[in-house]
Design a protein around this ligand. Structure first.
Ligand SMILES: [Fe+2]
Length: 503
């Protein structure tokens, strides 16, 4: 006798209430080891825990003049509370998130930041210890997890849409944040039955205000979730697509007619996810024989309409994608040969070892023809990460990709040069940070009509001063160095992503 087919609502409820990430033996970091490392190498200050729950200060000008017509808020987010109750996380991506707002009023910039007191963090406050599983670390005697948001650290990016500011994670819901106090409010449910489902950290906004996003729940059944949010912030369409095996799906691209998701062969099995000895990261296995699967999804039906395959590789981030007249989809990404840098390198700084020996991601270009095999090739020399485009080119042919770039070789933090890359042939303009400054992702803000005519905003940590700062570049003239540079009186943990909301 056949079992009754579960309804879509039942499937989604099961995902939302499933004990997803129960345990790990992934080691915590050791505070003493970290402090010893910090005494040797000031660059580790980027991975130190935030020195306060809240920060607020004006930036003092150390170079140049601030453009008067650059007004709005640069929002940032990243793992910031790496240590709490004497417990230091073992992976960079574990720490509780800290949201930051750099407010530009035309004459100056003020900074505010606040650790997000999520339900996960509040539960640990009540327990008086770290007791929730994190991305790569499990604390001793972890509490049971009833749904993804029980361990949601809200530490990866920010979405500002339809009047709401939201802190994004990858494995759970968006967290609404009060834009004035920066206090955590509540998780966003795009529809009642979608509460607590993953809403990833790289949503894409089109010119008409439509926001697209993916989610990738892995248990009890792995699937891709597709969200279309309208300009008013309402869910306009949703679908779930079973995909097995599946692992983290961090980013995707949108074109005029399609969404494209590249699935690295870094995947989990239900058995490993349910294990009491593996972290969420450690539940993943590298299976290069699967290759990189490419799913092209129709934006109207939200169904998969094309499948391609590429050689195995691991990536977090795309820049953009677009469609040629013949239906070929072109896209770019920052791809490494394998996920070693996530598994190994991003754990090392948590125990005081600032070395990144793994092969870093290269900027690469992919062509997906309507018929025939997919192609992939290198598009720029060296290692590249944190790709950003002029947001007005989302889904359209882009010529400039802003990124952090550096040599592929070496074992230190390599991404010291801010560049724009030409998808058709390598590096364009760029500026290299001095050795005592560690740049974060740089975000483009449009000024005039032409692609790339605008500013590039980049926070950095100055290890010589032991404090953070912010650069504003003319994005058309990076080699000239910052137009303006501001200094903060305190250091900030290295943030991952953000967005600029103009005013
Ligand atoms: Fe990311």
């Amino acid at each position: 006798m056949n079992a009754p087919m579960p309804s879509r609502r039942n499937i989604l409820c099961a995902i939302a209430s499933s004990p997803l990430f129960l345990a790990t033996r992934a080691k915590a970091g050791r505070k003493a080891d970290f402090n010893a490392g910090l005494a040797r190498d000031a660059g580790l200050l980027a991975f130190a825990t935030a020195q306060a729950m809240e920060f607020a200060a004006p930036l003092s000008t150390s170079r140049g003049r601030l453009p008067a017509d650059l007004t709005g808020v640069l929002w940032r987010n990243g793992p910031a509370e790496h240590e709490r109750f004497g417990h230091r996380y073992g992976h960079w991506f574990d720490g509780d998130g800290m949201i930051q707002a750099f407010a530009f009023n035309g004459t100056g910039v003020t900074h505010r930041a606040r650790i997000l007191d999520t339900p996960k963090r509040r539960a640990e406050s009540r327990a008086g210890r770290r007791n929730m599983p994190a991305f790569g670390t499990l604390p001793p005697n972890p509490a049971p997890i009833l749904g993804p948001d029980d361990m949601n650290a809200a530490n990866t990016s920010v979405l500002v849409h339809a009047g709401r500011v939201m802190a994004l994670w990858e494995g759970g819901s968006a967290l609404e944040v009060d834009p004035d106090t920066l206090a955590a409010k509540s998780f966003v449910a795009w529809r009642e039955d979608l509460a607590s489902l993953p809403f990833s950290a790289h949503p894409k906004r089109e010119a008409d205000g439509t926001v697209w996003n993916l989610g990738s729940p892995l248990s009890p059944r792995p699937m891709l979730l597709i969200y279309r949010i309208d300009a008013a912030g309402r869910l306009a369409a949703f679908n779930h697509i079973p995909v097995s095996p599946l692992g983290m799906v961090h980013d995707f691209i949108v074109t005029a007619k399609h969404l494209v998701a590249l699935l690295p062969p870094f995947v989990v099995t239900p058995e490993r996810l349910a294990s009491s000895t593996l972290s969420f990261l450690d539940a993943h296995q590298w299976q290069p024989e699967i290759g990189t699967r490419v799913l092209t999804i129709d934006k109207n039906t939200l169904q998969v309409v094309r499948r391609h395959e590429l050689p195995a590789g691991f990536h977090f981030h795309h820049g953009n994608g677009w469609e040629e007249r013949d239906g070929t989809i072109q896209l770019d990404l920052c791809q490494a040969p394998n996920p070693d840098f996530v598994i190994r390198d991003f754990r090392a700084p948590m125990r005081g070892d600032l070395h990144f020996p793994s092969a870093n991601p290269r900027y690469r270009r992919v062509a997906l023809p309507p018929v025939g095999p997919a192609r992939i090739e290198d598009a720029a020399p060296g290692a590249s990460e944190f790709p950003r485009i002029d947001p007005r080119r989302t889904g359209l042919r882009h010529r400039k990709l802003f990124a952090l770039n550096g040599p592929h070789e070496g074992t230190n933090w390599k991404l010291r040069r801010v560049v724009w890359l030409d998808l058709d042939g390598g590096a364009g303009d760029g500026w290299t940070y001095p050795p005592h400054q560690v740049p974060e992702e740089h975000i483009f803000v449009p000024r005039r009509e032409a692609e790339g005519d605008g500013w590039l905003l980049g926070p950095f940590l100055d290890t010589r001063r032991g404090a953070s700062g912010l650069n504003v570049f003319d994005a058309m003239h990076l080699a000239d160095g910052p137009l303006w540079q501001g200094e903060l009186p305190y250091p900030l943990p290295y943030a991952l992503h953000g967005t600029f909301a103009a005013s």
